[in-house]
Design a protein around this ligand. Structure first.
Ligand SMILES: NC(=O)c1ccc[n+]([C@@H]2O[C@H](COP(=O)([O-])OP(=O)(O)OC[C@H]3O[C@@H](n4cnc5c(N)ncnc54)[C@H](OP(=O)(O)O)[C@@H]3O)[C@@H](O)[C@H]2O)c1
Length: 260
């Protein structure tokens, strides 16, 4: 483990529900001060309350697809805490599941604006602060969708997550000399409000997703948070640019069946 984490600062986009919120709560429980960005003010206030110690939590209402709002999120975090050590670049939307022909232009614009431009804008405005501190760790949220297996019902979403993997590798190389490590986390289907929306809150639909995973269940936000925290906390000094699947081997299982 790195030296004391107490007082370190983490900026978390999409930190108000699902995976981002559990990461924020677990970081705060280890003494890290967190700043959370999200669009919904009430969700943000509830997220701050859920941290318990409000001196360790800040919410800034932010739409990551708007550069001036991302700039304000980063600046308010730095003004409040004095700097940034960790970035969890996690805000994302699911778009529409189904054939590409059913996607409206608005859905495609939103997916690209939030899942790709939002990730780039957040990096653009956080990186100078990590460079100033001579180092830091970034985890971008990609997905098992967009890695190697095709998903005809998620063409656009998969394209945005494949972009996150490309961004991760390029930023890792581009900023290696600044002691900045960059990873992507690639969660399997995870029990969050996003999946509630996708399944219409049907528990049997979630169970069906689970049965297609070798573990027999869908992931929990805690499963993903454990991996994200391990990337922030372990001394992986020569590692960067990796994409870490959190899927119980499901992607390789699918490739195995495709090739069998
Ligand atoms: N759940 C899964 O099965 C799964 C699997 C693989 C990857 N992922 C990825 O994991 C990440 C987190 O998803 P989740 O499952 O935890 O979903 P979630 O519960 O819906 O959380 C998404 C978070 O992103 C925020 N957000 C959405 N659009 C935003 C915007 N334009 N600006 C700022 N914040 C925004 C949401 O807050 P507001 O709505 O208030 O803005 C919320 O805090 C996403 O990138 C998703 O693609 C999820």
């Amino acid at each position: 483990m790195k030296e004391s984490l107490i007082g370190k600062v983490a900026l978390i986009t999409g930190g108000t529900t699902g995976i981002g919120l559990v990461v924020a709560q677990q970081l705060a429980a280890r003494g890290v001060r967190v700043a959370m960005g999200g669009r919904d003010q009430l969700r943000g206030e509830a997220a701050v309350r859920s941290i318990g110690d409000v001196s360790k939590a800040l919410f800034v209402q932010t739409d990551v697809s708007d550069e001036s709002q991302v700039q304000a999120l980063v600046q308010q975090t730095v003004n409040h805490y004095g700097g940034i050590d960790f970035l969890f670049n996690n805000a994302g939307i699911e778009g529409l599941l189904g054939p590409l022909t059913t996607n409206t232009e608005h859905v495609l614009d939103q997916l690209l604006a939030i899942n790709v431009k939002g990730v780039l804008l957040t990096l653009k405005h956080v990186l100078p602060h990590l460079i100033e501190r001579t180092g830091g760790i970034i985890v971008n949220t990609a997905s098992f969708v967009g890695t190697t297996v095709p998903f005809p019902d998620a063409v656009a979403y998969g394209a945005t997550k494949a972009a996150v993997l490309s961004i991760t590798r390029s930023v890792a190389l581009g900023y290696a000399n600044d002691q900045i490590q960059v990873y992507a986390v690639c969660p399997w289907i995870t029990d969050t409000p996003m999946v509630d929306r996708l399944t219409g809150h049907q528990s049997d639909a979630k169970a069906a997703f689970g049965s297609s995973n070798p573990s027999g269940r869908i992931a929990t936000p805690e499963d993903i948070a454990h991996v994200v925290l391990s990337l922030f906390f372990q001394e992986l000094d020569l590692q960067s640019g990796d994409a870490v699947l959190v899927d119980s081997g499901a992607v390789w299982n699918k490739i195995h069946h495709l090739s069998a």
